[in-house]
Write a protein that binds this ligand. Structure first.
Ligand code: HEC
Ligand code: HEC
Ligand code: HEC
Ligand code: HEC
Ligand code: HEC
Ligand code: HEC
Ligand code: HEC
Length: 374
C-alpha cells in the first residue's frame, strides 16, 4: 500500500514535469509493473497528443484504471473526438478508426460490457478457476508502447520459469486468455492445444502445415512457401476480426457468429451456398470442394440431396477450424450431430497423406457407418 502510494507520488511529479515539457520532448520514463517504461510509439507523438500523458491521465490522475472510457475519447465516435480536440488534447490529422462501433457489434470482445475486473498487475493466463473473465483495451494494447503495425508492442506474454518475454506473434496475445486459462468457459477449448505443431493436423498458424497436398487452396495460399508472393502461414486475424474490410482492423467485433471476418454457417441441415461457408471459401476453392477433388463425398455431405429429402451439413460437422490432435485433415467430428455407431465406435481412419482413401465409423443423420470407406 505504502509502496504504491509512493510510486504514485513520484509518478505524479513525472506527470507534471513531462506534460510541461515543450512538444519536441516526446519520451518520458515511468515505472510500470516494476519495469521502466518510456512513453514511445504512437502515443508519444506530440504532433497528435500535444499534452502527452495528460491526454489519458486526466485531472493529473496517474492511478488510472485500465477501463476503456479513456481510450474511447479518441478511439470512439466523432463527438468525443471533437471534444478532445477542443480541449487541446488531440491534434493533427491522425486516422482514427471507431473501435467503439466495432465493440457494439453482436459478436465482440466484452470490453464495453465487463467493468471492474481488470487489475493493474494481473498476470495472465489466469490461474484461478473462479475469477471472472475480461478483456480491456490495455490487455491487448500497451498505451505507452503500442506502435503502428505493432499494435500490441510492449505486452508481456506467458511466464515460462522466471521469464516473461514480450509478445511477438498475435497468437501469443490470444493464448493469454484462450489457452491455459483456469477460468475458460465450459464451451471453450484450449487454442494452443489445437494449433500445436505436434498435432496430426492444424491450420498453419504457429508453423507451416503438415499436409503437402491441399488441392483446394486458392492463390496466394500454398502448402509450403517457395516464392516471395506465396503464403503458407495464416493467423487468427485471417479468420477473426471485423466483418467490414474498410472498418477498424482487429478482433473487436463482427456481425458474424464466432467474431469471424466472413460468414460461417455452423448449424446442421441448412443449405449450402457461397455465403454459407464464405469463411472457408476465402482460401479454399468452392468448385474444388464441391467438385470432390479431395474427399469424393464432399458434395453429397455438404449439399445433401433435396430431391431425396436429405439435408446437407456444415464443414464443422467433420472439420475443426483450428486443428485436430487425433486425425489428419483437421477431422474432428461435431458430437452434437455425429454419434457413435452400433458398435459404440466414433472414429476416422485414413490411409496416409494424400492417398484419398479412408473410412469412417459413426452414425450420422441416422445413417450407420460401420465402416463406410472411400
Ligand atoms: C494513451 C494513453 C496514455 C498515455 C498517453 C500515457 N498513459 Fe500512463 N497509463 C495509461 C493507462 C490506461 C494506464 C493503466 C494501465 C493498466 O491498467 O493496465 C497507465 C498507467 C500508468 C502508470 C502506472 C500507474 C500505476 O498505478 O501503477 C504510470 C506510472 C504511467 N501510466 C505514467 C505515464 C506517464 C508519465 C505518461 C506520459 C509520459 C503516460 N503515462 C502517458 C494510459 C496512458
Ligand atoms: C488523445 C487521443 C488518444 C487517446 C486518449 C488514446 N489514443 Fe490511441 N491513438 C491515438 C492516435 C492519434 C493514434 C495514431 C493514429 C494514426 O497513426 O493515424 C493512436 C493509435 C492507437 C493504436 C494503433 C496502433 C498504434 O500504436 O498506432 C492503438 C492500438 C491505440 N491507439 C490504443 C489506445 C488505447 C488502448 C488507449 C487507451 C488506454 C488509447 N489508444 C488512447 C490517439 C489516442
Ligand atoms: C485479456 C483476455 C483476452 C485476450 C488477450 C483475447 N481474448 Fe478473446 N475473448 C476474451 C473473453 C473474456 C471473451 C468472451 C468469451 C469468453 O469468456 O471466452 C473472448 C471471446 C473471444 C471469441 C469468441 C467471440 C464470440 O462471439 O463467439 C473469439 C473468437 C476470440 N475471443 C478471439 C480472440 C483472438 C483471436 C485473440 C487474439 C488476437 C483474443 N481473443 C485475445 C478474452 C480475451
Ligand atoms: C481458419 C479460420 C480460423 C483461424 C485461423 C482461427 N480460428 Fe478461431 N474459430 C474459427 C471458427 C470457424 C470458429 C467457430 C467454430 C468453433 O467454435 O470452433 C472459431 C472459434 C473460436 C473461438 C470461440 C470458441 C472457443 O473455443 O472459445 C475462439 C476463442 C477462437 N476461435 C480463437 C482463435 C485464436 C486464438 C486463433 C489464433 C491462434 C484462431 N481462433 C484462429 C476459425 C478460425
Ligand atoms: C482481445 C484483444 C483486443 C482488445 C480487447 C482490443 N483490441 Fe484493439 N486490436 C487488437 C488487435 C489484435 C489489433 C490488430 C489487428 C490487425 O493488425 O489486423 C487491434 C487493432 C487496434 C487498432 C488499430 C486499428 C486499425 O484499423 O488500424 C486500434 C486503434 C485499437 N485496436 C484500439 C483499441 C481500443 C481503443 C480498444 C478498447 C476500446 C481495443 N483496441 C481493444 C486486439 C484488441
Ligand atoms: C462429412 C464430412 C465432411 C464434411 C461435411 C466436409 N468435409 Fe472436408 N474433408 C472430409 C474428409 C474425410 C477429408 C479428407 C479427404 C482425403 O482423404 O484426402 C476432407 C478434406 C478436406 C480438405 C483438404 C483437401 C482439399 O480439398 O484441399 C479441405 C480443404 C476440406 N475438406 C474443406 C471442407 C470445407 C470447406 C467443407 C464445408 C464447405 C468441408 N470440407 C466439409 C470430410 C468432410
Ligand atoms: C486464410 C486462409 C484460410 C482459411 C480462411 C481457411 N483455410 Fe483451410 N487451409 C489454409 C491453408 C494455407 C492450408 C494448408 C495447410 C497445410 O498445408 O497443411 C489449409 C488446410 C486445410 C485443410 C487440410 C489440413 C490438413 O492438415 O490436411 C482443411 C481440411 C481445411 N484447411 C479446412 C478449412 C475449413 C473447413 C475452413 C473454414 C472453416 C478453412 N479451411 C478456412 C488456409 C485457410
Amino acid at each position: 500500500m505504502i509502496e504504491r502510494a509512493f510510486l504514485c507520488i513520484s509518478c505524479w511529479l513525472l506527470l507534471i514535469v513531462f506534460s510541461a515539457l515543450p512538444p519536441s520532448a516526446n519520451a518520458a520514463p515511468s515505472v510500470v509493473d516494476g519495469r521502466r517504461e518510456v512513453l514511445q510509439g504512437t502515443h508519444a507523438n506530440r504532433g497528435f497528443l500535444p499534452r502527452s500523458c495528460r491526454a489519458c491521465h486526466r485531472k493529473m490522475n496517474i492511478a488510472i484504471t485500465g477501463e476503456e472510457s479513456g481510450c474511447l475519447t479518441c478511439h470512439g465516435g466523432d463527438d468525443a473526438r471533437q471534444a478532445m480536440r477542443d480541449a487541446g488534447l488531440l491534434k493533427g490529422k491522425p486516422k482514427l478508426a471507431d473501435i467503439e462501433n466495432s465493440l457494439q457489434k453482436t459478436y465482440n470482445h466484452p470490453v464495453l460490457s465487463i467493468n471492474g475486473v481488470h487489475q493493474r498487475r494481473e498476470i495472465l493466463p489466469e490461474d484461478q478457476v473462479d475469477v471472472a473473465r475480461h478483456s480491456e483495451c490495455v490487455d491487448c494494447h500497451s498505451p505507452h508502447l503500442s506502435e503502428k503495425e505493432r499494435p500490441f508492442a510492449g505486452l508481456r506474454g506467458k511466464r515460462v520459469g522466471n521469464l516473461i518475454a514480450d509478445i511477438e506473434q498475435e497468437y501469443e496475445l490470444c493464448y493469454l486468455c484462450h489457452s491455459d486459462s483456469a477460468n475458460l468457459p465450459f464451451n471453450s477449448t484450449n487454442k494452443h492445444s489445437e494449433f500445436r505443431i505436434e498435432n496430426r493436423s492444424y491450420h498453419p498458424v504457429e508453423a507451416e502445415g503438415r499436409n503437402l497436398y491441399v488441392i483446394s487452396l486458392k492463390d496466394p495460399y500454398v502448402e509450403k512457401a517457395e516464392k516471395p508472393n506465396e503464403v503458407s502461414r495464416i493467423s487468427c486475424k485471417d479468420c477473426h476480426g471485423n466483418d467490414d474490410p474498410d472498418g477498424a482492423k482487429g478482433p473487436h467485433g463482427s456481425i458474424y457468429r464466432g467474431l469471424l471476418v466472413e460468414n460461417f454457417q455452423m448449424d446442421d441441415a441448412l443449405p449450402e451456398s457461397e455465403f454459407a461457408y464464405a469463411l472457408c471459401y476465402k482460401c479454399h476453392e468452392r468448385a474444388s470442394i464441391l467438385g470432390n477433388e479431395s474427399f469424393p463425398y464432399h458434395a453429397q455431405h455438404i449439399q445433401g440431396n433435396s430431391a431425396a429429402g436429405v439435408d446437407g451439413t456444415s464443414c464443422i460437422t467433420c472439420h475443426d477450424a483450428h486443428g485436430s490432435s487425433n486425425y489428419q485433415y483437421l477431422i474432428r467430428f461435431n458430437e452434437d450431430v455425429v454419434l457413435p455407431n452400433a458398435d459404440g465406435k466414433l472414429a476416422f481412419e485414413s490411409q496416409g497423406a494424400s492417398s484419398r482413401t479412408g473410412s469412417c465409423l459413426l452414425n450420422c443423420h441416422g445413417v450407420e457407418h460401420n465402416p463406410k470407406s472411400y
